[in-house]
Design a protein around this ligand. Structure first.
Ligand code: SF4
Length: 134
């Protein structure tokens, strides 16, 4: 069965930082991602965990937030760890929950000025990105 995004979707991040703050949330981080960010920052994994991670009751790890709920790595509207950002950030806006229908897409990504502009992601590319989240 064809997906609703069969004609592809345009997206180009303009790095405005809007998806990195604005309200309380979680930025899930795997141990491999945590190690990569710690390495990028030149600190030990232990120090990284102490300074930048919080563990939820489920056991999942998230980056911490600033008091205003911005991501801890949002600096002057830019991501300070962009080359090694977690998959959740890297794969936005092509999250599973955003791609279930056009309405979900519009609701979940409407705040992002990068959606609807720039490069056309083909349906096959989008399906591949979604598989990464399986
Ligand atoms: S809101 Fe969209 S354009 Fe702005 S940083 Fe996030 S993904 Fe990029």
């Amino acid at each position: 069965m064809a997906d609703w995004f069969e004609e592809g979707l345009r997206f180009e991040c303009i790095r405005c930082g809007r998806c990195c703050g604005g309200g309380p949330g979680a930025v899930w981080v795997t141990p491999v991602e945590a190690a990569a960010i710690a390495d990028y920052l030149g600190i030990t994994l232990e120090e990284f965990g102490r300074r930048y991670l919080r563990r939820f009751a489920s056991g999942s790890l998230s980056l911490t937030e600033k008091p205003n709920y911005d991501c801890i790595f949002l600096e002057n509207g830019r991501c300070a760890v962009y080359p090694v950002r977690p998959a959740q950030c890297r794969l936005f806006p092509f999250w599973k929950e955003h791609t279930t229908s056009r309405a979900a897409w519009e609701e979940g990504t409407g705040f992002c000025p990068g959606v609807g502009r720039g490069r056309l992601y083909t349906a096959d590319e989008i399906r591949k990105i979604l598989e990464e989240q399986a």
